[in-house]
Design a protein around this ligand. Structure first.
Ligand SMILES: Nc1nc2c(c(=O)[nH]1)N[C@H]1C(S)=C(S)[C@@H](COP(=O)(O)OP(=O)(O)OC[C@H]3O[C@@H](n4cnc5c(=O)[nH]c(N)nc54)[C@H](O)[C@@H]3O)O[C@H]1N2
Ligand SMILES: Nc1nc2c(c(=O)[nH]1)N[C@H]1C(S)=C(S)[C@@H](COP(=O)(O)OP(=O)(O)OC[C@H]3O[C@@H](n4cnc5c(=O)[nH]c(N)nc54)[C@H](O)[C@@H]3O)O[C@H]1N2
Ligand SMILES: [Mo]
Length: 775
């Protein structure tokens, strides 16, 4: 099999626009997936990795956190198109080896797009660049660790930051937080801060847990399933099977989204013959095309209508026994929802009173409702209130702790939930810190650390000396790309534990080190006791093993737990009380510690080896109880709030294309939305284009306004698209330069990636974000 060369770079003039698709997956999905695999990794690696993905004792798909069934049968190939692309990305046989780094001066790499960087292949040796040098050069692991130790020990703990991306396995995450706390800081920002932090912030005080309260089996019992602010066809494709199965059984599915996403409308299951070749099947019975930021108003209106129905037919809607026994604050909630301003509700949602009432009717009838959501609800100033309102609605009808009901925040990265469980959190509980101190004989710091948004500010303010990144691509994932990159370049040392080159490696600190690591699919067998496995936790709190089997592309790669342990020994010295060496040699030793520190992990080593892993305790789901400070669930009262763009502006949301994994691009096609060959587009409703005096396919610069400041990103193509009126959409991360770091969800500090106020001006030579000018 001949391997194709890395792609040429993006040429935005190749942009093509077709009608958006009305169905997702199908045989085309399988073909695209195989093609990407073969061109990156060849036949044998592709077939071997695909057959093992999401199988018992196989490798957990690095694509998303959607669970596999733990009771039912698994399909022979439990993967999806985008999971297959994620595997191909990692399994590539292309390499960015020292010769490659020697051929590309850092100034040249800074001018490259992320697409080009990511396509160069796997990093094969530790690399370092110092101030004044023009190229990254190879270093030994020992030199790399002693350089890191020198920098950490020359500064104070609060000037060190340890970022985590959500692909990091449980054992690695546990060691990594232990390292940060042993050094003396809780500066543990993670990608969850940018993702579902709003969900946890809304759920912890109201239902006593920051995680979803449903299991996959609940989809077999639900009567009504909401999919709100989520694009499963692209981001959680295996979820479509669960929805299709539920619908076939008689459940009703309601999608709430500003965009008519193909995967919400129709699904062709590539794993069934009819799905692969037939017409596919409907997913959403009802589609509410809501305005961006209108969901708080929508769920308040549902609450109002349900309470009115309860008044009309007492006992028909409210689960009175549950509300009385298990919750607090119902009266205040009912009082607040007694009246409603329909004009404001229609303005906020863009929906008619009739459309809303129809869905409220379905809710009133349903005895078991699941509400699923993702980032469409978490990245706006009032996101936490929106999510509390969803919790109110679920509480009202007693939709916790019974089959087919509950809250289902659908997580992103494959182990983002597990990383938080393992203690990756800038605001740790006293319980966790005390347990760590007792287990390891360390003195964990008590002061809270930086979250991701605060880290961006710390970079800007020159408060970071050492930045260590466990995976991820911080400079492109965060807000305010320009200011952040400038800040990162002022830091003393940046360290990236990575698989492939990315933007954060080239806008580095004065000294920068890249530590190449094994990926999920790589074999990890250089241990005295033989091959090791790791574990992850999915979106529904199931903990299970993951083990790669492929030969690594280089002999110099180290496993992530080994990297953390060796860094710890270099920084903390050989007589530190923690047995870093023992834990790196045998991951069972890490799991033994975890079993004593974290509740729910008792007997971790034995239980994780059982056929399907094990399920973590979840009081609302398991026993209908709520571990809040008052021992009851809480209703909350929020005022109506929505996004109102100033004259001449639209609300801009940023989202993922079908060919991307966060800041990694698999290709340039957003197949379901009919856009291919380019990414610098803004989707706008044809009526809004007309009202603003703009034309389809016009080349514009985008200006965002926030708190009296403006940010500009140049050269975007307007695309006439059936989005909700007043709401535009562009891709992440191209639009991140437009996000002011002050634009956040108020209580969770999650960036307002889906709440920007923008206007368009004809493209000109005015300076914009330099990030743009590389394109
Ligand atoms: N292939 C692939 N899979 C992925 C990822 C990837 O990049 N590629 N990323 C992973 C990660 S880290 C995450 S967090 C998840 C993200 O999964 P999603 O949350 O599905 O990701 P987004 O692309 O941000 O899509 C958000 C959806 O919300 C809608 N939306 C935007 N604003 C609003 C609003 O105000 N109200 C409502 N109701 N809807 C709104 C958008 O139209 C869009 O359909 O996916 C994970 N899985
Ligand atoms: N505008 C806008 N911005 C957003 C979002 C949005 O919706 N809109 N979404 C936010 C969300 S939800 C998230 S989760 C963040 C994502 O932020 P991050 O998690 O920081 O970013 P990724 O793009 O997932 O990270 C990709 C990099 O991880 C490295 N990598 C891949 N596999 C491995 C591995 O196995 N081990 C290690 N050590 N490294 C590996 C590779 O070098 C790759 O370049 O972005 C956020 N930013
Ligand atoms: Mo995410």
């Amino acid at each position: 099999m001949k391997r194709s060369a890395p792609v040429e770079d993006i040429n935005e003039d190749d942009l093509r626009v077709h009608e958006p698709k009305t169905s997702a997956a199908g045989v085309k999905a399988v073909l695209v997936a195989m093609d990407r695999g073969l061109s990156q990794a060849g036949v044998s690696r592709t077939v071997r990795s695909m057959l093992r993905v999401n199988q018992r004792h196989g490798v957990d798909c690095p694509g998303c956190a959607w669970p596999e069934s733990i009771t039912g049968a698994r399909k022979p190939a439990e993967f999806c198109e985008n999971g297959a692309k994620a595997l191909a990305e990692e399994n590539t046989t292309r390499t960015a080896d020292p010769a490659w780094w020697a051929a590309h001066p850092i100034d040249e790499l800074r001018g490259k797009t992320e697409y080009w960087l990511g396509n160069q292949g796997r990093i094969t040796e530790p690399m370092m660049i110092r101030e004044g040098e023009t190229h990254y050069a190879p270093v030994t692991w020992a030199e790399a660790f002693s350089t890191i130790a020198g920098h950490v020990n020359a500064t104070t703990p609060e000037r060190c930051v340890f970022y985590t991306s959500g692909r990091t396995a449980n054992e690695t995450a546990f060691l990594y937080q232990l390292l940060a706390r042993s050094i003396g800081t809780n500066n543990l920002p993670d990608c969850s801060n940018m993702c579902h932090e709003s969900s946890g912030t809304a759920m912890n005080p109201t239902i006593g847990i920051g995680k979803g309260t449903v299991s996959l089996e609940d989809f077999d019992h639900a009567e009504l399933i909401f999919v709100v602010g989520q694009n499963p066809g692209t981001n959680h494709p295996r979820m479509l099977s669960a929805l299709a199965d539920a619908r076939r059984r008689g459940a009703t599915v309601v999608a709430v989204n500003p965009l008519p996403e193909a995967g919400l409308l129709n699904f062709k299951d590539p794993q069934s013959l009819m799905g692969a070749v037939g017409n596919g099947e409907t997913i959403a019975d009802e589609f509410l095309q809501i305005k961006v930021g209108g969901d708080l108003a929508l769920f308040q209106a549902f609450g109002h209508l349900l309470l009115r129905e309860e008044e009309r037919v007492p006992g028909s809607v409210v689960d009175r026994a549950f509300v009385d026994a298990q919750t607090d604050g119902f009266e205040a909630y009912a009082e607040a929802r007694r009246g409603i301003d329909w004009d404001a509700t229609e303005e906020a949602t863009g929906l008619s009173r009739l459309e809303i009432a129809k869905i409220a009717g379905l809710l009133a009838k349903s005895k078991a409702t699941i509400v699923c959501w993702a980032l469409g609800l978490t990245q706006q100033p009032h996101s936490v209130n929106t999510l509390r309102e969803i919790i109110n609605l679920l509480l009202l009808q007693g939709n916790f702790g019974k089959p087919g009901a509950g809250a289902c925040p659908v997580r992103g990265h494959s182990n983002v939930q597990g990383d938080r469980t393992m203690g990756i959190w800038e605001k740790p509980s006293e319980r966790l810190l005390a347990a760590l101190d007792a287990e390891f004989g360390i003195a964990s710091p008590r002061a809270h650390g930086y979250d991701s948004t605060e880290t961006v500010k710390a970079f800007e303010d020159g408060d970071v000396d050492v930045f260590v990144s466990m995976g991820g691509n911080f400079s492109l994932a965060c807000s305010d790309t320009e200011a952040l990159e400038a800040g990162m370049r002022r830091a003393g040392l940046t360290v990236h534990i990575s698989t492939k080159p990315n933007r954060s490696h080239v806008v580095h600190g004065k000294t920068s080190i890249i530590l190449p690591t094994l990926g999920r699919t790589d074999r990890d067998d250089k241990h005295p006791g033989g091959p090791q496995f790791l574990s992850v936790e999915d979106s529904m709190s199931v903990v299970h093993t993951t083990q790669g089997r492929l030969a690594p592309v280089s002999d110099h790669l180290l496993a992530e737990p080994v990297i953390v342990a060796r860094m710890a020994r270099a920084v903390l010295g050989e007589d530190h009380p923690v047995d870093w060496k023992g834990m790196a040699e045998d991951y069972d030793a890490i799991r033994d510690h975890v079993s004593r520190v974290l509740p729910g992990f008792e007997d971790f080593n034995r239980r994780v080896r059982s056929k399907n892993g094990f399920v973590l305790p979840n009081p609302p789901r398991d026993t209908r109880t709520f571990a809040t400070d008052i021992g009851k669930a809480r209703f909350t009262v929020s005022p109506l709030e929505f996004l109102t763009p100033p004259e001449g502006h639209l609300v801009l949301q940023t989202l993922r294309s079908h060919d991307q994994y966060n800041t990694t691009f698999y290709g340039l096609d957003d197949r379901y939305r009919g856009i291919s060959g380019g990414r610098r587009v803004v989707l706008v409703h044809p009526e809004d284009l007309r009202a603003l005096g703009l034309a389809d396919r016009e080349l514009v610069d985008v200006i965002s306004t926030f708190g009296g400041t403006e940010r500009r990103a140049n050269r975007f193509r307007l695309v006439s698209y059936p989005t909700a009126r007043g709401c535009a959409a562009a891709y992440f991360p191209e639009a991140n330069a437009l996000v002011h770091r002050g634009l956040v969800a108020r209580e969770s500090n999650t960036p307002g990636y889906k709440a920007m106020m923008v206007r368009f001006v004809p493209h000109s030579q005015e300076p914009g974000s330099t990030f743009d000018e590389r394109r």
